[in-house]
Design a binder for this molecule. Sequence first.
Ligand code: SAH
Ligand code: SF4
Length: 339
Amino acid sequence: MSRLVLEKIIQSLFAGREVQTDELVHVLSAGDPGVVSGLHTAADQKRLDMTGDAVLLRGIIEISNICIQNCQYCGLRKDNRRVHRYRMPAVEVLEAAKRIMHGGISTVVLQSGEDLATTDSISTLVRTIKSETGLTVTLSLGERDREDYRRFREAGAERYLLKHETASRPLFETMRPGSSYENRRQCLQWLKELGFETGAGNMIGLPGQCMTDLAMDLHYLNALQPDMIGIGPFIPHPETPLAQYPPGSSPLTLRVVALSRLLVPQANIPATTALGVLDKSGRINALHAGANVVMLDFTPVKYRRFYDIYPGKARALTEMDTYLPILREELAAIGRPVG
Ligand code: SAH
Ligand code: SF4
């Protein structure tokens, strides 16, 4: 595919015109560094036009690592008996939420495995956090019944992150045995209907995934137009069936981030932790390729190492309060002040 044709496709994407699957595949596989940097620049410009230069910070608290699912890629899968399981007491979650508030961050993300026993306590927790901190509450607790989502929303949660993981049905079914492709999409629809700001997204480099699968992910995001999009590389975990597979590629992940920005221009797109694990400058690179959000881990250190979704995640075993001023300076240095 000639450089000129690829540049035309990127221009079309920038202008909001529809593109075909094979055109997305060509951009995803382009070998010409000039084309790739053109893609990043287009996404960076779109990010500036739509969201400005400010980087939005979110504070995440990983409230439970108990999970009934058995996702092949994840260290928290139920068959991994080697991980110490925990469920944070509500008072400790509230304390962590207050640290997020005192850090000048306005949104807390409560994330966990599919720990269904928490359903009742979540609504109470959300109410307490809202009344005591005023933070915007994002939940990321996996697939639940519509009624559970409705109760979370009623309690005051405003946003919900549920990555679709992959738009390819066969890959989804291999990667998430026992979980249904339809149900995950149904959950995303319910969340939208219930008035949540909704986040979807996918992994890059899952074993067996091809460029057409990634083009399908992009089509799905384009059709769904989610409010948030999380894109991260697959990172093999030693205690999973995928331990021997290579990680996803950082450059390919950045291309998908950039294409997501062009296809869903108004979305909030984090420079994901997983990108930062693979590559020291991964997060900064993502901020130059369409991303506008950084998530900071406020899980107390004594729990953080057990939230072992993929290796390297819990590496920074310092409390976030000490890191925040450094991050603010780092972002200011690249002309991207904290919003
Ligand atoms: N249980 C919830 C939320 C916690 S998992 C859920 O599954 O939705 C959060 C995200 O971690 C998942 O959406 C998945 O995309 C990501 N993840 C899990 N294992 C991973 C791995 N090995 N490499 C990269 N990302 C992974
Ligand atoms: Fe559980 Fe989420 Fe990990 Fe799947 S990805 S095993 S649902 S924590």
